[in-house]
Design a protein around this ligand. Structure first.
Ligand SMILES: NC(=O)c1ccc[n+]([C@@H]2O[C@H](COP(=O)([O-])OP(=O)(O)OC[C@H]3O[C@@H](n4cnc5c(N)ncnc54)[C@H](OP(=O)(O)O)[C@@H]3O)[C@@H](O)[C@H]2O)c1
Length: 262
């Protein structure tokens, strides 16, 4: 299916690694021009070097929790590429920890990187989309549907807020031809997961997943890029879960056990 992204301009926050990198790459493969941002300049430069093999890339080392940095980034993307057609708010982090109590500072950290950054991203995109339409995708998490109690307890509620934000801004922007959707990934094999999960824990989470594995980043990029395209022209305010069927049945290993016993 041709997604019709040839020559379009897509912004992906946190595009230097993981899901954001895979999303930027897929946009480029579909013929879009891509702008990415991340904080670490060295990683960003490496990503730009690799991604430039697929198309035109603009990058800035910014922190998307800083309001004016996000708006300035959007301004410079438009200076460089002339417009913004798609914007993906991909930045987020779980800061996994096992203690039961969170300090105010820790709660603010979760709120800032997961929720505040998404609000700024939506608002920056809308500034440039309100006269010509466009698509915004916010990356939530399966943790918004299935609580990660006792491990990343604050992360799930923040990602639930990101999901709700997508519906709220879908309502605000609809008349301007701007769609806002949400993608809810399950466990995905990215630097974030490798940093925070030990192999035993990953084995446990995948055993609860019908497809019995973690996602590859490009399997999350696919629904993000689809929702960003005109092929999803009648989809707004919706959430697409890409979790490999995590926690959808009470006996997730049934199919695997049955097949193994045949
Ligand atoms: N991996 C999973 O299993 C999983 C599951 C569900 C949802 N998610 C969500 O999917 C999204 C991507 O996750 P991932 O696993 O791909 O993460 P990742 O591997 O840690 O990559 C995160 C990207 O965001 C950038 N970033 C982080 N904080 C930033 C900030 N304040 N300002 C600008 N850039 C920032 C990082 O670069 P710098 O560090 O250099 O800034 C990097 O490019 C997140 O929203 C995450 O919550 C992931």
């Amino acid at each position: 299916m041709d997604l019709g992204l040839q020559g379009k301009v897509a912004v992906v926050t946190g595009g230097s690694k993981g899901i954001g990198y895979a999303t930027a790459k897929l946009f480029l493969e579909e013929g879009a021009k891509v702008a990415i941002c991340a904080r670490d300049k060295a990683n960003l430069d490496k990503a730009v070097k690799e991604l430039s093999a697929y198309g035109e890339v603009y990058a800035e080392a910014i922190d998307v929790t800083e309001e004016e940095a996000v708006y300035g980034f959007a301004d410079r993307v438009v200076e460089r590429f002339g417009a913004i057609d798609a914007w993906v708010n991909n930045v987020g982090s779980s800061f996994a920890r096992k203690k039961a109590q969170y300090s105010g500072e820790e709660i603010d950290k979760h709120y800032t990187v997961n929720f505040r950054s998404a609000v700024f991203g939506c608002q920056a995109a809308f500034r440039y989309m309100k006269d010509r339409g466009g698509s915004i995708v916010n990356v939530s998490s399966l943790a918004a549907r299935c609580a990660t109690s006792g491990r990343a307890s604050i992360y799930g509620p923040m990602k639930a807020a990101v999901r709700s934000l997508s519906q709220t801004f879908a309502g605000e922007y609809a008349a301007y031809g701007v769609r806002v959707n949400c993608v809810m990934p399950g466990f995905t094999d990215t630097p974030l997961v490798r940093e925070h999960l030990d192999p035993a824990e990953l084995a446990y989470t995948t055993s609860e997943t019908l497809l019995n594995r973690a996602a590859r980043p490009e399997e999350i990029a696919a629904p993000i890029v689809f929702l960003s395209s005109d092929r999803a022209s009648f989809m707004t305010g919706t959430t697409v879960e890409a979790s490999g069927g995590r926690s959808v049945t009470l006996n997730p290993t049934y199919s695997w056990d049955k097949k193994a016993s045949e």
